[in-house]
Design a binder for this molecule. Structure first.
Ligand SMILES: [Zn+2]
Length: 135
C-alpha cells in the first residue's frame, strides 16, 4: 500500500534512490523549487499543500503540517471529531498521497502534466468514492 511506503519513507522518491546509491539530480516535478524528498513531495510542496488546504477547509481542521509523513498519519488516525470526520481522516491522507504520486509519475515518466485544478478534482473524486465505499 502506497501510504505505508510514504509513512516509512520507502516510496521511490529521488531521496530514496539517492540513499540506494543512484546518482540523480533531484528536482521536484510538481513545483520545481526543491529537491524531491518524501516530506517535500507528500507534505510541504506548494502543489501538494494546495490539495491539503481543500481537505483542511472541508473538515474545518486547523493544524500545523507535521514535519514527517508518519506523524501526519498518526495525527489523522488519532484525530477527534464526529464519527464521519474520523472516517474521513482515515481516507484523506491516502487520497492525497495517491493523487500526488500519480501526478509525479505522470510528469516524470510520461512527460504529461495536469493542471492543479484537474489534480484537485481527481483527489476529491477519489475521496468521494473512498467514502462511498465505506458507507
Ligand atoms: Zn515541490
Amino acid at each position: 500500500m502506497l501510504s505505508w511506503l510514504v509513512a516509512r519513507r520507502a516510496c521511490l522518491t529521488h531521496e530514496v534512490l539517492r540513499r540506494k546509491g543512484k546518482i540523480i539530480v533531484s528536482w521536484c516535478s510538481l513545483c520545481g523549487n526543491a529537491a524531491e524528498t518524501n516530506q517535500h513531495l507528500f507534505l510541504h510542496c506548494n502543489f501538494t499543500t494546495q490539495i491539503w488546504a481543500i481537505f483542511l477547509s472541508i473538515t474545518k481542521t486547523n493544524w500545523t503540517m507535521p514535519e514527517h509523513t508518519a506523524d501526519l498519519l498518526s495525527y489523522s488516525i488519532r484525530r477527534g471529531g464526529s464519527k464521519s470526520q474520523k472516517a474521513w481522516w482515515r481516507i484523506i491522507p491516502h487520497c492525497i498521497w495517491w493523487t500526488v504520486w500519480k501526478e509525479r509519475n505522470s510528469r516524470n515518466f510520461e512527460d504529461r502534466s495536469n493542471s492543479i485544478q484537474k489534480v484537485k478534482w481527481d483527489c476529491i473524486a477519489s475521496f468521494y468514492f473512498g467514502v462511498k465505499r465505506k458507507v
